[in-house]
Design a protein around this ligand. Structure first.
Ligand code: HEM
Length: 448
């Protein structure tokens, strides 16, 4: 019955596409049809995202229609081709979500949604603001240890709620040298957790949802105001100016870098790595042996310590393959083309959203042998979790996030302990940040 709903929703998409072929999509009626297609299809995806992908993939074809008349590409080969396309045209999308509520972002687009010089300038700012992990390992180590210590005070670690708080506080210290208050940390974690609200059009935000969205918008306003106190603020503004970015663009892009990209991505990945290590005892023992071989547990780990954690790195990459924090990557077609969907020729127009489905790509048997099995011996050089190797669009925080996850593993496994764990499963139905429901009970600092 559920499968039938997924297929019926696709039939509806095909009808819309025939209509759009006649009237065009870049006019008010075409836009309305795309919006209707999106709001009819999105609930099917958000309620059962994995089946949505696999039922359509298996019963229709590797590529199918979805969301706002997007073409969703599920094979590794197609996803990689999309990811590597240069130059890439984007619009304001975050994963499957179209960001309709600009007010949630104080009127700014996400960096992901910008193009050309504006995007190049914002990216230059990201690389400027993010420290190189090999030059700052000791600082990162201290911050990671502090983060775990703050959770140990509670006696329990709920990875879903605690890790985003640790990471958002850590990234503010790193990028702005600002120590957030408890209330600010809670506000920032809530902001990231409620990004789904941004999919609703502005008009609904300002009326029906006002009570729900206002606290998040006000938090963003206040925090951005507080960035002015950072010793690095003026320097970021000056750097931004050399790329024709004004104060609003600089502050908002850095806010999104921390809240949307950095916190969500890293806390999801770290949660998944913790879950893998909790559930797989032999693997955990091997990781601990590796740590023992390179670290005396006393000195602050340095870049060389991290470089030697090769098995740990493989665990992180294999986890990122099986549980990619970012499951959907978007770009807009730059010309009208045709695609075959379930044996039917389907013309599509310039400006159509093309989606790479990273989850299915990473579990494509044509690319990975026994794709659902966790194996640290795989070649991870071309996984798509950090958006591949496209220099124009890949993740600026890749190296930093891997270094951070290594450090959290190192401290958690050697300086902390927990009595038991519960959960550890990933939700394959409801679309939400892709992290397990793991809880570590009796989480405490070791006495030795
Ligand atoms: C310190 C942590 C991180 C920071 C600061 C960070 C920062 C960013 C930024 C600023 C972008 C936007 C780049 C642009 O507009 O061109 C981005 C994109 C991206 N990041 Fe990260 N990131 C971090 C961690 C992660 C992690 C852990 C993952 C997944 C394993 C990840 C996956 C991605 C992907 C897939 C994109 C491309 C999204 C798209 O194009 O739609 N990031 N990251």
């Amino acid at each position: 019955m559920e499968n039938q709903k997924i297929l019926e929703a696709h039939e509806r998409q095909l009808k819309f596409s025939r209509l759009l072929a006649k009237i065009g999509r870049n006019n008010p009626l075409g836009k309305l049809i795309c919006l209707r297609a999106y709001f009819l299809d999105l609930p099917v995806l958000t309620q059962q995202w994995r089946d949505y992908l696999y039922v359509r993939k298996e019963q229709i074809s590797d590529k199918f229609l979805g969301l706002d008349q997007a073409i969703i590409h599920t094979s590794y080969a197609d996803a990689k081709r999309l990811v590597e396309t240069v130059p890439q045209q984007r619009d304001n999308y975050l994963g499957p979500l179209k960001i309709n509520a600009r007010s949630f972002f104080l009127g700014n687009p996400l960096s992901l949604g910008t193009n050309g010089n504006e995007h190049a300038g914002i990216r230059a700012l990201f690389f400027h603001a993010l420290p190189k992990p090999e030059e700052t390992t000791e600082v990162l180590a201290t911050l990671a240890n502090q983060g775990l210590a703050s959770v140990a005070k509670q006696g329990t670690m709920n990875v879903k709620t605690d890790l985003p708080k640790i990471i958002v506080a850590l990234l503010h210290e790193l990028v702005f040298n600002l120590k957030l208050s408890e209330a600010e940390i809670a506000g920032s974690a809530a902001y990231s957790a409620n990004l789904g609200l941004a999919t609703v059009p502005n008009i609904v935000h300002n009326t029906l949802l006002r009570k729900k969205t206002q606290p998040h918008i006000q938090h963003r306003q206040r925090l951005i105001e507080s960035y002015k106190k950072s010793p690095k603020y003026q320097e970021y503004l000056a750097f931004g100016a050399t790329h024709q970015l004004n104060e609003q663009q600089v502050a908002n892009s850095l806010f999104d870098m921390i809240h949307v990209a950095g916190t969500a991505g890293t806390s999801d990945l770290l949660a998944s790595v913790f879950s893998v290590l909790c559930q797989n005892e032999p693997l955990r023992a091997n990781v601990i042996s590796e740590i023992d071989a390179v670290w005396n547990c006393q000195d602050t780990p340095n870049a060389q310590t991290l470089a030697q954690l090769q098995l740990t790195e493989k665990v992180i990459l294999e986890t990122a393959r099986l549980y990619p924090p970012v499951r959907f990557l978007n770009q807009m077609s730059t010309e009208a083309m045709e695609v075959e969907i379930g044996g039917q020729r389907c013309p599509f127009q310039k400006g159509t959203r093309l989606v790479a489905s990273v989850f299915t790509a990473h579990r494509d048997p044509k690319k990975y042998e026994s794709p659902d099995t966790f194996k640290t011996t795989r070649d991870h050089s071309d996984i798509l979790s950090w958006n591949g190797s496209n220099p124009e669009r890949n993740c600026p925080g890749r190296a930093l996030s891997i270094a951070l996850v290594k450090l959290f593993c190192l401290y958690a496994l050697k300086h902390y302990q927990w009595r038991s764990f519960s959960g550890g499963e990933w939700d394959m139905k409801k679309f939400a940040p892709f992290k397990p429901n793991l809880v570590l009970d009796g989480f405490a600092r070791r006495s030795d």
